[in-house]
Design a binder for this molecule. Sequence first.
Ligand code: PGA
Length: 314
Amino acid sequence: MSIHHATLNQLKIFDALARHMSVARTAEALHLTPPAISIQTKKLSEAVDEPLLEHVGKQLYLTEAGKVVAAASRDIFDRMERLSQDLAMLKGMKFGRMRLAIITTTEYFVPDLLSEFFAHHPDIEVSLFVGNRDQLLERMKNNEDDLYILGRPPSGLPVVSEVFADNPLVVIAPPNHHLANKKAVDPKRLANEPLIVREPGSGTRLTTLEFFNKRRISPVVHMELGSNEAIKQCVMAGLGISIMSENNLRHELANRRLTQLDVKGLPLKRNWYFVYLRDKSLSPAAQAFREFMMTESKELMKHMPEASRGRRRK
Ligand code: PGA
């Protein structure tokens, strides 16, 4: 047998299996039965004359051959998607699908940007993944998406990264906090404040801990939470202070449910980046989104709460 005996259907199933790493989840995602997944994977394995999967205990792993076949399958389906979009463009139709992965913290403004984008490109579909920094970097390594939005580009991967907006990080506290009305607070004074941080793998957590490390301050980490929303609630409840992107705090700061402490060295000046693998040739849908983000997003984000309310009223 040779790979030439493999069918597109088998590769499609294996592509999904390599992403889900579970026969049951793959079957569910493709609306097939688990035995159908196993049979097609076995046939593919016979075609390449190598085992593609191995079980260690209950955990499923890709063999070296499995990794190579999974990467090739991903290339093939990326190319098919682009082919379908190129053909559509020849017919003068602008549609297609794009896979976008965004970092948790951007879920406060990316939906509004997407809604503006869809107003101009109603026939483009987006599949959206939301995760923390570590999850996005893992997906990037496996070439799982077309485009990524995150708070700092990865250092070890061959990527193109473009800044599209500012991402200032501020210290938040409840409005009645004893440092709330103080000016230019020395960061050392935060050392004894109970600090609430995001979960390991989060970019915000990384930046927060770097801020303290650089100043040789050992903060009292009081709580670790996997959600910005939960952190805001805890800070409002007086359980501690936190460092967070100002982009997520517009409502709470405007309604005075939270206050921003005036600490020396803050806001931390960061950016939002648009990132994609250097060798990736972007589909027309992904290119249209990239262009929109680079030209429109900064201005839209400045006025976002008003802008989104305005749009919804239309
Ligand atoms: P996070 O990342 O949502 O993983 O904390 C945000 C960032 O990198 O700024």
